[in-house]
Design a protein around this ligand. Structure first.
Ligand code: ZN
Length: 510
């Protein structure tokens, strides 16, 4: 008899685990609990040793911390999977033109002989166009993505294969053209269209799922703007087959047709509507308020991309006008079924203190990327002049101001390791060793909490309690010990829906 890969696991007993409530005070110091899951749900928590039932799987935690499974609240899963078929062409892998040429020449060919390069930064070899790429790789189709994710550059061979030629094409406004109407090779925010003209890269979602399980991740919120129905289908299928064992929340494409979307399952649900903003084509507050109202009228909160000061100012004005959707678990309100949570600000790279009261009063949750401080901090110091680099991605000040905060890695634009992000939130140390904004450092517990929230309440750390889903992350050591050097290496086992999906010391998970 075959068991569906997403069925709840068999009864599971985790013995002698350190639980979160042991932090509640000295009365609980050294106390360890046994935790049982049956049918994918936590059914029993006891300070006494529970007797294993017949056929029950038993894990001895030996004093290690048992956490709710981690959740990455902002990630791009299909892009992350495609990274496996890509060559990195930005720092730290590549620093100069010679390195870029070498990386592209050695790049693995994906389907159809295409080279897919990602992570480019102009510090490597300046702004690129088709001719710059032709000079490096004339004979193979190359597509190269800037690190920001908004710009692809294709060489001439690639443009030819993609059918992009001269002459005005008003239906493709993202295709940059020179004065004579010739495409420059630079394609702005054209991912969806590119997906229809280039051969699909091998989508390695199973590898993404495995790596994430080894880091204790039991859930993702995919934040891809304008995700295509095909992309949604790929993610949903990977979840149904167990290739991607994690629970999945999908931010909704703006203006999409809900009737054509697959219904939510116990593994896949819909989140807020993702609204992208671009400084070059910023809506008016009234225009944005109309879009937010449309989402709210359809019953959905919004998640607005805000990486600059002006984007946040316009967004707050629009939300004040439209009125926010608040956390339904807030004081005095019951949580309705299938609620997708409060309105969110994605990134919050720049949050001037004078805007804190508005953020708090609107009940917004900021989904931040502490890992960017570690990964990109040195570049911020070199490149960012119109803002204080030390004030980027604020964290401690937002919590102090009573603003909800959650974490996402934004992988593949950031590294997909939540533990590295926790360490970055605590240290705010760049690769070059500079501490960026020491006042914004979080305590280790606060940093871990960024990844313990529920998909629909990202700022509220879950607790292991009877009746909660059996989504668990067992550490080898007590929480305080693990947080001295946060690392995925501390994860001993990961459980989703009561099923062990990763066990560090076994070759075959149970
Ligand atoms: Zn993103």
């Amino acid at each position: 008899m075959t068991v569906p890969p997403t069925a709840p696991g068999p009864p599971l007993l985790v013995r002698r685990a350190e639980l979160d409530h042991h932090r509640a005070g000295p009365a609980h110091a050294g106390e360890l609990s046994d935790v049982r899951t049956v049918g994918g749900v936590v059914t029993e928590i006891s300070p006494d040793r529970l007797r294993p039932g017949p056929g029950e799987i038993v894990i001895d935690a030996a004093g290690g911390a048992l956490l709710p499974g981690l959740h990455d609240h902002h990630i791009h899963l299909l892009s992350l999977a495609a990274e496996a078929a890509s060559v990195p062409v930005g720092p730290p892998a590549v620093h100069d033109r010679a390195g870029l040429a070498e990386a592209l020449r050695r790049a693995p060919e994906s389907v159809g002989g295409w080279v897919r390069a990602t992570g480019y930064h102009p510090a490597v070899a300046g702004e690129l166009d088709r001719y710059a790429l032709d000079a490096l790789v004339p004979d193979r189709p190359v597509r190269l993505q800037y690190r920001t994710g908004s710009l692809w550059v294709l060489n001439s061979r690639a443009l030819d294969r993609a059918g992009v030629h001269g002459g005005p094409r008003p239906d493709q406004p993202g295709i940059e053209r020179d004065a004579a109407g010739h495409p420059t090779g630079r394609l702005w925010r054209m991912d969806d269209w590119l997906g229809t003209v280039v051969p699909p890269v091998g989508v390695e979602l199973a590898a993404v799922g495995r790596t994430a399980a080894a880091a204790g991740l039991t859930g993702f919120t995919d934040a891809t703007p304008g995700r295509s129905p095909a992309g949604t289908a790929t993610l949903t299928a990977a979840t149904a087959t167990g290739a991607l064992p994690q629970r999945l929340t999908l931010l909704r494409p703006e203006g999409g047709d809900d009737s054509r979307r697959p219904p939510p399952t116990d593994r896949v649900g819909w989140g807020p509507v993702k609204i992208m903003l671009d400084d070059t084509a910023l809506p008016t507050p009234a225009g944005l308020a109309a879009r937010i109202r449309a989402a709210h009228r359809a019953g959905h909160p919004v998640a607005v991309h805000c990486v600059t000061r002006i984007q946040l100012v316009v967004t707050l004005a629009a939300l004040t006008d439209a009125g926010p959707v608040r956390d339904p678990a807030g004081p005095g309100s019951g949580r309705p079924a299938h609620h997708a949570g409060p309105d969110r600000i994605e990134h919050g790279a720049v949050v001037p203190p004078e805007l804190y009261p508005a953020l708090r009063d609107l009940g917004l949750v900021v989904v931040t990327q502490p890992n960017f401080i570690a990964e990109r901090g040195d570049r911020y110091l070199a490149d960012v002049h119109d803002e204080d680099p030390a004030a980027l991605y604020p964290a401690a000040a937002l919590l102090d101001a009573g603003i909800g905060l959650a974490g996402g890695t934004d992988a593949p634009f950031g590294r997909p390791d939540p533990w590295a992000a926790v360490a970055a939130a605590v240290e705010r140390r760049t690769a070059g060793g500079r501490v960026l904004g020491p006042a914004e450092r979080l305590a280790a517990d606060q940093a871990l909490d960024l990844f313990l929230g529920a998909a629909d309440a990202p700022h509220r750390p879950r607790r292991i309690r009877v009746g909660a889903p059996g989504d668990l992350c067992l550490l080898r050591v007590p929480r305080a010990v693990a947080l001295r050097a946060p690392s995925a290496d501390q994860v001993a086992a990961t459980v989703i829906n009561g099923r062990i999906v990763h066990a560090a010391d076994e070759n075959e998970p149970g």
